[in-house]
Design a binder for this molecule. Structure first.
Ligand SMILES: Cc1cc2nc3c(=O)[nH]c(=O)nc-3n(C[C@H](O)[C@H](O)[C@H](O)COP(=O)(O)OP(=O)(O)OC[C@H]3O[C@@H](n4cnc5c(N)ncnc54)[C@H](O)[C@@H]3O)c2cc1C
Length: 633
């Protein structure tokens, strides 16, 4: 391929700026769309032959399928507004979500419910499950470090193996005994427990109520009638209507920089290299790739740090099935250890328009893998045959009904958070900070395991930065000065949105050995301070002492036999007390002792009752959050 080619870039906006964006997934397209609305032209380079990234909708013979089904759900108004600005309301379907767990030829409710699980497992297995639960209560794993220990201690080993182990290991390819308990605990910490305690102690506010966020996420969501690709293809059209470019089949291969600024990107297009210059650059490509594409290359330690960023890959096998009605779910989690498939989507149940012939169905079988492993390298025909065989083995369809199939491989579908990633990413970021006209946004762009809305928000902030704002994209922090005219209420609403945004993002497993904060203690510290027994005792003791002293002094000063008589009765409780100056001092001593004892007791009882209450909420929150755990994988 020839290098140093001419610059075919489109003209920039009238003030001469040109923004070059790598990747036409939700993040890259959102950035270009927002810039276009502000009159700033950009060019989006996409290496694939279609837009949408992980949120694309693939097509095969008139059938549509996603890379996993994509729910449109957000608590961020700006994101929701963009979606509805791009597609009219009639293009959105509101779907009541239905998904179940499949295990041992039976379906179980999802989110998990104890009675349904026990009933479905049958009397003998349920008995064993109860025994194993009792064992976990009587003899819990003392040093609860792994995800396996954590769940087993709460549900018993047997239930853990049925409902947690197989699917988690399929998704991440790591034994649950090597995943930190923090992964499960962080869900509780961030959501239900905190919310429950706050709701119990403070007046309820609807804006940032994360409990309701989760419920909504589970119960219903929006979905474009021809899949998420419909959204992203329309955004790409609108970007081009605004005078910018979206170039598919353009693989960014080199990121040129000089004197602390990125100057151009070279892209491989149709077998030759094109150089696209610009004043601002936004990258959504995986951080590891970006670092290796820098020219001149960064120091060796930065390249080594980038190499420590790892990914889990993914492939979808779509099967076209000659059967109009396979099962009612949007998707099913496959907990059966005898098959490799992890999750099955029934796209017809997402939207009837995903299937051109109502007599047929289109199912998407999700296989989690590593690039280059046995599944990844298997040829498409063999994968379609494997999918059909496994579906028959599960009893979900007959292999003979499968008429056709297609495979989409998605490398780097999941950024992995292993023991080394955080330090490595921080090191890479520090170095990239030296190139201030290059912004990293999106899921792989920031090595952040997030949903569309989070990717889009980072892109919106980056676009505003190009236009003069100074948002911190990494902490999704909004620069209030830039939004001069917003009111305090508006600022508070946005802060609540961002908190809710974080709460709805998936959680990535953390390996053993990563620091594990105690969620309970964090919440206790946050929600209420424990009363200090000695401090409250001293305070009430002092009040008691002063009260007796002042009352006696007042009687001594004012005199009067009746009052003196009543006060004298105190001597029955305070031995040695008399209505005299000496008695006042003795009474003050008694007042202090009784006041101290009362204060100490109040503090003790209050701490104890709140402790029991929080413990109770904690247990409930754990059970609830594990019930919908896979929503966040
Ligand atoms: C199985 C699965 C299910 C999901 N379900 C949901 C869901 O229900 N709801 C939801 O909101 N989110 C969901 N997500 C997350 C969602 O897909 C992502 O958050 C979103 O697509 C990220 O957008 P992005 O633009 O940051 O990255 P991507 O979608 O990864 O897009 C990046 C783009 O950059 C391109 N690119 C990379 N390198 C180069 C290069 N060198 N040159 C040119 N182009 C390049 C890629 O080809 C890609 O098109 C799901 C993800 C997965 C994997």
């Amino acid at each position: 391929m020839p290098s140093q080619p001419p610059d075919p870039s489109p003209p920039g906006s009238p003030d001469g700026h040109r923004v070059v964006i790598v990747g036409a997934g939700p993040a890259g397209l959102t950035a270009a769309y927002q810039l276009g609305k502000a009159g700033m032209r950009s060019v989006v380079l996409e290496k694939d032959d279609m837009v949408g990234g992980l949120s694309r909708t693939a097509r095969h013979g008139g059938y549509h399928f996603d890379i996993g089904g994509h729910r449109f759900f957000t608590k961020v108004k700006a994101v929701d507004d963009l979606w509805h600005e791009v597609l009219p309301q009639e293009d959105f379907l509101t779907r009541g979500r239905m998904s179940r767990i499949y295990y041992n030829k039976k379906f179980f409710d999802y989110p998990l419910r104890a009675a349904n699980a026990l009933f479905g497992l049958g009397p003998w297995t349920s008995f064993l499950v109860l025994l194993s639960y009792l064992k976990s209560k009587l003899f819990p794993v003392k040093d609860e470090r792994s995800f396996a220990d954590w769940v087993s201690n709460r549900f018993g080993r047997r239930l853990y193996k049925i409902f947690f182990e197989t699917y988690t290991e399929k998704v991440w390819g790591i034994p649950c005994s090597e995943l930190s308990a923090e992964w499960a605990a962080q869900r509780i910490k961030g959501l239900s427990l905190l919310t429950a305690v706050k709701n119990a102690l403070l007046p309820q506010r609807t804006g940032g109520d994360k409990g309701s966020v989760i419920k909504t996420l589970i119960d219903s969501f929006e979905y474009p009638r021809r899949g998420p690709g419909m959204m992203w293809e329309t955004v790409a059209e609108k970007i081009q209507e605004a005078g910018s470019e979206v170039r598919t089949g353009a693989d960014a291969v080199r990121v040129l920089h000089e004197n602390g600024r990125v100057t151009a990107i070279e892209a491989a297009v149709d077998g030759h290299i094109e150089r696209i210059t610009g004043s601002h650059f936004i990258s959504t490509m995986p951080v590891r790739e970006l670092v290796h594409k820098l020219d001149p290359p960064p120091p060796a330690e930065i390249l080594r740090a980038a190499d420590k960023l790892n990914y889990r890959d993914f492939l979808t096998v779509a099967l076209i099935v000659d059967n109009p009605d396979l099962f009612p779910d949007n998707w099913i989690y496959i907990h059966d250890p005898d098959v490799k498939v992890g999750r099955v989507q029934n796209f017809k149940n997402w939207s009837p328009e995903m299937v051109p012939d109502p007599q047929k169905s289109c199912v998407g079988l999700e296989y989690f893998c590593f690039e280059g492993d046995g599944l990844w390298t298997m040829d498409d025909k063999a994968l379609v045959a494997l999918g059909a065989r496994e579906m028959e083995q599960l009893g979900l369809l007959r292999a003979a009904e499968v008429e056709d199939g297609a495979v989409v491989r998605m490398a780097k579908a999941y950024p992995v958070y292993d023991g080394e990633y955080a330090a490595a990413l921080a090191e890479v970021r520090r170095w990239l900070d030296g190139l201030p006209n290059l912004q990293l946004v999106g899921r792989n762009g920031m090595h952040k395991y997030n949903n569309q809305d989070h990717s889009m928000l980072t892109a919106m902030l980056a676009a505003e930065n190009v236009l003069g704002a100074r948002h911190d994209v990494w902490s999704v922090n909004v620069d209030q000065e830039y939004q001069e005219e917003i009111t305090r209420e508006e600022a508070e609403r946005r802060a609540a949105e961002i908190a809710a945004l974080e709460a709805t993002q998936p959680k990535v497993p953390v390996p053993l050995g990563a620091p594990m904060p105690d969620p309970m203690r964090a919440v206790l510290r946050y929600a209420f301070a424990r009363l200090h027994k000695a401090a409250l005792g001293t305070a009430l003791g002092t009040v008691g002492a002063l009260y007796v002293l002042a009352t006696t002094a007042w009687v001594l000063w004012r005199g009067g036999p009746a009052v003196e008589m009543y006060l004298g009765l105190l001597s029955q409780y305070f031995i040695g007390y008399t209505v005299s100056w000496t008695g006042a001092l003795i009474g003050a001593g008694y007042g202090f002792v009784w006041g101290f004892a009362l204060g100490w007791l109040i503090a003790y009882l209050r701490n104890l009752s709140l402790g029991i209450y929080v413990q109770w909420i904690h247990r409930r929150a754990e059970a609830a959050s594990l019930g919908n755990f896979f929503d966040y994988i």
